[in-house]
Design a protein around this ligand. Structure first.
Ligand code: UD1
Length: 365
């Protein structure tokens, strides 16, 4: 099967890497074409990930860059359409919930080219999140919905999607995680930062709802600063967050010793960093899953999650964005020692990529 696999933004690369690798291994069945939309383009947001994940050079680079949602989505569509017309693939595989995911799925739907959505069915039920719109619409138009967990299947069925389009395959990001643990262990990130295992906290923030509003961002930084009195908070800042700190003049609202702002890390360095953390504070979706897979306590700084299985079966707790609540939950997490044995969620077993390929073959018959 001639298959275009689309990656656009940082959280896509660890999802496409195992798929591309499996397709290359099964070269008698699949001919993959890797398309990078260029939604993320920085060395740290893109190149470092391609390198760390040993992804091949993309066959096609669309170079769309940043912009408003409309600009970015439209640019991906305009540049992706001629590629689909030229290649006429049997399948296009899109992953996750970023603007590139929806844009490419929409192009294919209009051209009657079959689309598979990996990580289908996740729902936060918060339509102010741009990703929720991307998830809902992509799942409506994709031909094959490949889900990570049973809650996703239930969401899709409730939306009236017919069961033949849905296939539970597991979490492909966990394929990347398991595949790279040993290589990540060779990273010297802790030495570089002067940190000991279990003696620091890792924080990440990039959701527009958390960083685009000055009061909210200041409140979260205030919480980090308070928590940082117990253990240093290592804070690799996303470019969006970094820009807001200057725009809102917030660099003074935390102590640089308690909250150590660093540049975004590559995949292996970040994996090595958070896997040795005592606690993780985040608003990322993927990190909720990765901490669950490794048994690291995680507090999610949002009001909801599209990944409830990380709460019911994993190490994740949704704590919102209230300063006092975050500080209280963090201090409880630090004193109670809630680190647990890694939970094995069914099908988060490192073999999802092969199940995705099997599902594509099955759906082609
Ligand atoms: C995007 C995704 C989000 C994902 C996140 C991970 C959507 C709607 N959002 O959000 O789901 O969790 O990526 O990072 O698709 N920038 C750079 N260099 C880059 C990329 C971005 O400097 O390589 C800056 C730009 O100034 C841009 C800002 O970061 O304005 C935000 O980037 P954008 O792609 O708009 O959204 P993200 O916040 O990264």
């Amino acid at each position: 099967l001639k298959t275009i696999v689309v990656a656009g933004a940082r959280p896509n690369f660890m999802k496409v890497a195992p798929i591309i690798r499996a397709m290359r291994r099964r070269a008698d069945e699949f001919t993959p074409i890797l398309v990078h939309t260029g939604q993320h383009y920085d060395a740290q947001m893109s190149d470092a990930f391609l390198r760390d994940l040993e992804l091949p050079e993309p066959d096609v680079y669309l170079g769309v860059g940043s912009g408003t949602h409309a600009e970015q989505t439209a640019a991906v569509m305009t540049r992706f359409e001629p590629i689909v017309a030229r290649e006429r693939p049997d399948w296009v595989v899109v992953v996750g919930d970023v603007n590139s995911t929806l844009a490419c799925a929409l192009v294919c739907a209009k051209m009657c080219v079959k689309v598979a959505h990996v990580e289908a069915g996740l729902r936060s039920r918060d339509r102010t999140m741009p990703e929720e719109i991307n998830r809902l619409l992509t799942d409506q138009i994709a031909d094959l919905l490949l889900t990570p967990s049973p809650d996703a299947d239930e969401n899709l069925l409730r939306e009236g999607i017919s069961p033949e389009r849905i296939k539970l395959v597991g979490n492909v990001m966990i394929d990347s995680l398991f595949e790279n643990l040993a290589r990540a262990a060779r990273s010297n990130v802790r030495e570089r930062l002067g940190l000991q295992v279990g003696q620091y906290i890792v924080a990440t923030l990039h959701r527009p709802s958390n960083v685009d509003e000055p009061q909210t961002l200041a409140r979260l930084l205030g919480a980090f600063d308070e928590i940082g009195k117990a253990l240093p908070v290592i804070f690799p800042a996303h470019p969006r967050t970094e820009a807001r700190l200057d725009e809102f003049n917030l660099r003074g609202c935390y102590s640089a010793e308690r909250v150590r702002l660093i540049e975004p890390l590559g995949y292996l360095d970040f994996l090595q960093l958070f896997s040795g953390a005592r606690l993780v504070l985040t608003d990322s979706g993927g990190i909720q899953e990765e901490t669950t897979a490794l048994g690291i306590p995680c507090l999610t700084l949002r009001e909801n999650t599209e990944r409830p299985i990380t709460v019911t079966m994993g190490t994740n707790k949704i704590v919102g964005t209230d300063r006092a609540r975050i500080v209280e939950e963090a201090s409880r997490a630090l004193t109670e020692e809630i680190r647990r044995a890694p939970t094995r969620i069914p099908l988060w077993d490192g073999r999802t990529a092969d199940r995705i390929l099997d599902a594509l073959l099955e759906a082609s018959r």
